[in-house]
Design a protein around this ligand. Structure first.
Ligand SMILES: [Zn+2]
Ligand SMILES: [Zn+2]
Length: 406
């Protein structure tokens, strides 16, 4: 009979019934069973031998993984968290896929979302000294930095504020000098100012050569507080000593000048007194007699303003003017001129050798009433009203000072 492929088969035809149908039941198809007994090829869409695994086993469990290895399925390399076969990205402690090829290609580091305190998305951070501080930690940020901004504490090897100088300035240059005084840098003090000239601190010696004799003040300076005070004191003492010295020299010069003037005055006083004695010795004396008043040019003593009385001793000057003998002696202590006419009286004049008339003015023979000239002694008023003492003693006031000699 005719089979499904239209071929007359069976019976005595010599053809098997449907012998032209392939394994895919296609007439005259080319599908065929492969080594794994899988109908493949033809119109099956199945690649022959495709059921063998990479190890050649039909329906085997080997496969080539993404890493290129033919391995049993159970041993195939895993995909990483990024879905990459055999990738090395990992899920970090904060649940983020990171690291590995992600870090290399995308700079996504593991645990990059974790703060320094280990808190995911926390706010603690490393301060300038490398300490984790801030929220979530017990540490205040930068609390390990000293006044100079230097990190201190364990591991740093830096002491707190060790960079401050003795004046308290960070990185300053002030240092304690040999005398223990902070100097240099910003202190405006020179190092070792407190040393004396002998090199000893606070010795107070600034004059080791003895020029100023300051050694006397050593104890005073030592007891002064602080080297600066000592220095100030030294300067003050030097100034005072200098002033005292100047003052002493000035006083000595003044005393010498006074002594010189005094000697000159004494010498002139002696000369004057000596001359006065000689003048007096040469002046003639007379006893006044009112009945002979014509013998006298005046009847009143112009020195004491008293009238002459009988029996009084008078002295007549070369100019013919007469005065009480004692009044003349006092007057001559002041001036060697006539109180009335101002004519000079010298030791050589008078003495009975005749009167020395004044230069031709013929002054006063009858000038009894002539008032004293204004050139009377400067020291007082031996001539003038009020000098007269009662009626008895007609003593002129003795002049205390005298002016120019004759
Ligand atoms: Zn008189
Ligand atoms: Zn006279």
């Amino acid at each position: 009979m005719i089979d499904q492929c239209g071929v007359c088969a069976g019976g005595t035809t010599g053809y098997n019934y449907n012998q032209n149908v392939d394994c895919n039941n296609d007439c005259f198809g080319t599908a065929n069973y492969d080594g794994c007994n899988i109908c493949a090829g033809g119109r099956t869409g199945v690649v022959p031998e495709s059921s063998r695994d990479c190890n050649g086993e039909c329906f085997g469990l080997h496969m080539v993984d993404q890493c290129g290895s033919c391995v049993m399925l159970a041993d195939a390399c895993p995909r990483d968290c990024a879905g990459v076969w055999g990738g090395d990205a990992i899920v970090d402690d904060c649940g983020r896929c990171s690291g590995g090829h992600l870090e290399r290609s995308h700079n996504i580091r593991a645990n990059m979302d974790m703060d320094c305190a280990g808190v995911c998305h926390g706010y603690a951070f490393e301060d300038a000294c490398g300490h984790c501080s801030g929220p979530g930690t017990p540490r205040v940020p930068n609390s390990n930095r000293d006044d100079c901004g230097v990190c201190t504490g364990k591991g740093t090897g830096v002491q707190w504020n060790e960079n401050k100088d003795c004046a308290g300035n960070c990185f300053g240059a002030a240092k304690y000098d040999d005398c223990g005084v902070c100097a240099g840098g910003s202190t405006r003090r020179e190092p070792n100012q407190a040393k004396g000239c002998d090199g000893v601190c606070n010795s107070g010696k600034i004059d080791c050569d003895g020029f100023f004799g300051m050694a006397d003040f050593g104890p005073v300076i030592i007891t002064s507080a602080g080297s600066l005070c000592g220095l100030t004191l030294i300067i003050c003492i030097m100034v005072v000593r200098s002033r005292l010295r100047e003052h002493r020299q000035e006083m000595e010069a003044r005393e010498q000048a006074i002594a010189r003037v005094e000697r000159q005055r004494n010498r002139r006083q002696e000369q004057h007194e000596d001359l006065t004695e000689r003048v007096l010795a040469n002046l003639p004396t007379h006893i006044y007699d009112a009945s002979c008043s014509d013998a006298f040019s005046n009847t009143t003593c112009s020195i004491c303003l008293g009238e002459f009385e009988n029996g009084e001793e008078l002295r007549k000057l070369p100019c013919e003017h007469s005065f009480h003998a004692e009044c003349v002696a006092s007057w001559l202590n002041v001036r060697h001129t006539c109180p009335l006419c101002v004519q000079p009286i010298s030791a050589a004049s008078g003495a009975g050798r005749g009167a020395v008339r004044g230069g031709g003015d013929g002054r006063p023979r009858g000038g009894a009433a002539t008032p004293p000239r204004a050139t009377t002694p400067p020291s007082g008023a031996p001539i003038g009203p009020g000098v007269r003492t009662g009626g008895g003693g007609r003593r002129p006031r003795t002049p205390q000072a005298w002016a120019e000699g004759p």
